[in-house]
Structures are given as C-alpha cells and as structure tokens.
Design a protein around this ligand. Structure first.
Ligand SMILES: NC(=O)c1ccc[n+]([C@@H]2O[C@H](COP(=O)([O-])OP(=O)(O)OC[C@H]3O[C@@H](n4cnc5c(N)ncnc54)[C@H](OP(=O)(O)O)[C@@H]3O)[C@@H](O)[C@H]2O)c1
Length: 290
C-alpha cells in the first residue's frame, strides 16, 4: 500500500481524484485542503508527511483566481511558487514522488500551432508568472521521480468553471456574449485525474519531467459555450472579440497544448473535448438542484 497526499483536495481536480480513489486499491489517499493543511506552512506539511508516511504527493492546491491574482501577487506567489519550492524540498529529502500541476498561461498566446513542452514561456499575467516560477523552482530543486503537468481550461462538476457558469447563465438570460477569438482546449478534470492515477507507477526519472495534457481537439470559448447548450435551450450566444470583453488579466489568444510527449511516454489515449463535455453534462444533469 502506498500513501498519497492530495493537497487542494476540495478543488476541481482534487474532488475528481476523490471520486476515483476506490478504483486504485493499492493507494491509500489522504485528501487535504487549505483548512487542514495549508501548503504554505512548511512545518505542518513536514509533520503530516512524517506522521502518515507519505510516499507520493499530488499537488492540486493552487491560487487559481486569474483576475484577482493581478492585485494579489504576494498571495498567488506564496501558493503557486514558494509553497511548490517547499513541497519540492520535502519531496527530495524524503524520496517522495511529487506530481505538480501547471498551466497553459505560462505562454504568451502568440503561437498559431500547439505549444510543446520546450517552447519558450512568456506569461502575460501574474497567475501565469507565479505558476511558471513554481515550475522553475521545482525543476531546480529536482525531486526524483517527479513530474509537472501543464493543463488548460479545466472544468468539472465541482467548483467554479466555464461550463457551470454557462449552465447558470442559460437559466436567466435571453442572450449572452462570449469571446470567439481565443483558442484553447477544455480539460475535463475527471480525465486528468484518471491520467494522473494511471501513470503514477510509471513515473520514474532522475530529472523532473514536464508534460502537456488537455482533452483532444480545440475550440474557442464561443464554440465551447455553444457545445454546452442543449437543443431546447433558447438562449442566443453572440460571438465577441476578446478586446471587447475586458478582464483584469489578459488571456492568451491561443493556448492549445501539444500532447505528443505524454501520449508517447506513458502510452495514454486522450478523449476528445466534446465527448468528455457530454459526459460531464450528463453527470451535472443527474445532480438535483444544480
Ligand atoms: N482551473 C483551470 O482552468 C486551470 C487551468 C490550467 C491549469 N490549472 C491548474 O490545475 C490545478 C488544479 O486546478 P483546479 O481547477 O482544480 O483548482 P481549484 O478548483 O481552484 O482548486 C485549488 C484548491 O486548492 C486550494 N488551496 C488554495 N490555497 C491553498 C493552500 N495554501 N493550501 C492548500 N490548499 C490550497 C483551494 O482552496 P480555496 O478554494 O479555498 O482557495 C482549492 O480547493 C492547479 O494547479 C491550477 O493552477 C487550472
């Protein structure tokens, strides 16, 4: 039996890991979130991993409020960068396998072709900058048998996300405006959770490896929103330009991730985004009072 610590366990990815943990009887999973284990508190994390004899950490904890980060650099930096440094040091010292999650927002969005792991990074936001600092420090400290997975446009039945926002807006609006000139790929957190659990035994390396993972395909936010609607929804979705939708943090115009490396390395198949979206929508419809 291997003991796994899952930080940020109440977030989207953490909650999806909770859903599938029973499919992996070889692992004993400890789910924590900021209330019980703040990843910025190095001593508490040390105590926890010693007490529970943790052998693997899946770090799902993050500061993910992209717009608020523009005004809260220090907080975002503590969680997305400094805490990752602490986790990496603890992992290295205790020979713990560390799985850390990063973001497509490390790129500037100027590409026209999917981003590979070794493409130059140029974050345009505080959130992207702090996540990139987290990646860099983890690579520098270099805990063995550890990986970073960059993902994009994450949604699930849990937490706040684009899918749930659209489903809510559909109920109360006749029409909505959605950006149609930013291209990316949605990622169903349940697919990412399964991927992480499936590859755990295969992660063996002397240097931290970086991978990209999202669902297959790509779309604009407008196409994503359109796909969320059902035949009987009467709402009208108007495509608008990103420049006409002001946010504190500027989103990349293009952030499709190239997943060739993870597919080859771990021999994994990735579902198409439309297929996964349908599954998630069905799960949401099955939940009363959503
Ligand atoms: N969501 C996306 O679209 C997206 C896109 C690309 C990459 N990612 C990355 O994917 C990973 C998982 O994202 P997600 O969508 O599952 O995030 P999420 O739903 O925001 O979950 C993050 C969890 O971490 C918790 N947390 C915050 N600060 C903490 C701390 N100091 N100690 C312990 N827990 C803390 C949060 O609690 P509170 O809610 O109370 O703060 C939340 O429960 C993150 O690394 C994120 O950067 C996400």
């Amino acid at each position: 039996m291997l003991n796994i610590l899952i930080t940020g366990g109440n977030g989207q990815l953490g909650s999806e890991l909770k859903e599938i943990k029973n499919n992996y009887p070889d692992y004993n999973c400890y789910f924590t979130d900021v209330q019980d284990l703040n990843i910025c508190d190095k001593e508490s994390v040390k105590r926890f991993i010693n007490k529970k004899s943790i052998q693997i950490i899946i770090n799902c904890a993050a500061y993910t409020s992209v717009d608020m980060a523009e005004e809260e650099f220090k907080k975002a930096d503590q969680i997305n960068h400094i805490a990752v440094a602490n986790l990496s040091k603890i992992a290295k010292l205790n020979k713990i396998k560390l799985i850390h999650i990063s973001t497509d927002y490390v790129f500037d969005g100027k590409s026209k072709i999917p981003y590979r792991e070794d493409d130059p990074t140029e974050p345009q936001t505080v959130y992207g900058h702090t996540k990139l600092m987290g990646e860099k420090i983890m690579k520098e400290i270099n805990p063995k048998n550890s990986i970073i997975i960059r993902t994009s446009w994450v949604y699930s039945i849990y937490g706040k996300n684009f899918l749930k926002t659209i489903l809510r807006l559909v109920k109360t609006n006749n029409q909505i405006n959605i950006v149609s000139d930013q291209i990316g790929t949605p990622t169903y957190a349940a697919n990412l959770a399964k991927l992480v659990m499936d590859i755990l035994p295969k992660i063996k390396n002397n240097e931290v490896q970086l991978f990209h993972y999202s669902n297959e395909g790509n779309c604009t936010w407008y196409e994503f929103a359109t796909e969320i609607l059902d035949e009987n929804d009467i709402i009208k979705i108007n495509p608008i330009k990103a420049k006409d939708y002001q946010t504190k943090a500027v989103r990349p115009l293009y952030s499709v991730l190239d997943k060739t490396k993870i597919k080859m390395f771990y021999n994994v198949k990735i579902p198409n985004w439309k297929h996964s979206l349908e599954i998630c929508k069905n799960r949401i419809s099955a939940v009363k009072n959503f």
